[in-house]
Design a protein around this ligand. Structure first.
Ligand SMILES: Cc1cc2nc3c(=O)[nH]c(=O)nc-3n(C[C@H](O)[C@H](O)[C@H](O)COP(=O)(O)OP(=O)(O)OC[C@H]3O[C@@H](n4cnc5c(N)ncnc54)[C@H](O)[C@@H]3O)c2cc1C
Length: 240
């Protein structure tokens, strides 16, 4: 991993309690869709107490001219520092890191499973594949409590409409707390849904990203259904 200096270009709210931060792409920085960076913020004291560094998947695709990260805003030392940064502030980043990269063999399908803000690496991958002339079957299972929590949902729905090889299955698990309409799936991603999806696909490889408990549960469900660990790649978002 290399270290770079960059600047905060701006921010926007993309879902409830969820912000995207846009960073300038430093000269010479390259990455692959699905990879992450460490964002380093803070003084020597926070570096010493281990609070200055957080890992974030890159939302933007490699061909885009900026680096975007997205996160649930919470009352933690790191996120308070991030929230208070003025536009134009200098930020250190280390990276890229991570191996949640789409497989090369186009004849095999990809099933991506995202819990909440675990969507970030898959937005990069899906933006990248939208400009990829080699077709492959892609399915995204995207679980949130409510539609208002689902970052990038409208973009993903638009990507599904424009790509006959991409299917989005978004599901909401707490519609009782929602004030938005939702005509899609409800309930958690379970063995039955995974079985229905997988039955229609050619030798899928599975990609998981989200809170550690969700990733562990999905991995167990897939293993129980006979999916080999060789066909399973995952990224755990610690702290959720
Ligand atoms: C590859 C990767 C990509 C990620 N991408 C995103 C993203 O796109 N968006 C996003 O919001 N979050 C992402 N995360 C999680 C992110 O780094 C933060 O942990 C998360 O946002 C919670 O931060 P917090 O300030 O809210 O909580 P904090 O209070 O800072 O909680 C973080 C907790 O996680 C623990 N922790 C941190 N790293 C590890 C570790 N490696 N092993 C075990 N425990 C650990 C800390 O000890 C701390 O208790 C990613 C993590 C990884 C590893």
């Amino acid at each position: 991993m290399a270290t770079y200096q960059t600047t905060l270009l701006g921010r926007e709210e993309i879902a409830a309690w969820t912000m995207a931060f846009h960073l300038a792409k430093p000269p010479g920085f390259t990455f692959k869709a699905g990879q992450a960076i460490d964002v380093v913020l803070g003084d020597q004291a926070s570096i010493d107490d281990g609070n200055a560094r957080h890992t974030f998947s890159i939302v933007t695709a490699p061909h885009e001219d900026k680096l975007t990260i997205a996160t649930r805003m919470r009352d933690t030392p790191f996120k308070n520092r991030l929230k208070d940064l003025p536009d134009g502030a200098a930020i250190g980043i280390d990276g890229p890191s991570g191996s949640l990269l789409l497989h090369n063999r186009h004849e095999r399908a990809a099933v991506m499973i995202a819990g909440g803000i675990g969507i970030t690496p898959f937005v990069s991958i899906l933006r990248q594949t939208a400009s990829d002339p080699q077709l492959r079957d892609l399915v995204l299972l995207y679980s949130n409590h409510r539609p208002e929590d689902a970052a990038y949902l409208a973009e993903l729905q638009a990507l599904e409409r424009s790509n006959a090889h991409f299917r989005l299955v978004a599901t909401m698990t707490r519609m009782g707390n929602s004030s938005e309409p939702w005509a899609g799936a409800t309930g958690t991603i379970d063995a039955k849904l995974l079985g229905q999806i997988s039955a229609e696909l050619a030798a899928p490889i599975y990609y998981l990203a989200g809170p550690p408990a969700m990733v562990a549960a999905m991995r167990q469900t897939l293993n129980d259904a006979g999916v080999d660990d060789d066909d399973l790649r995952s990224e755990e978002f610690y702290g959720y």
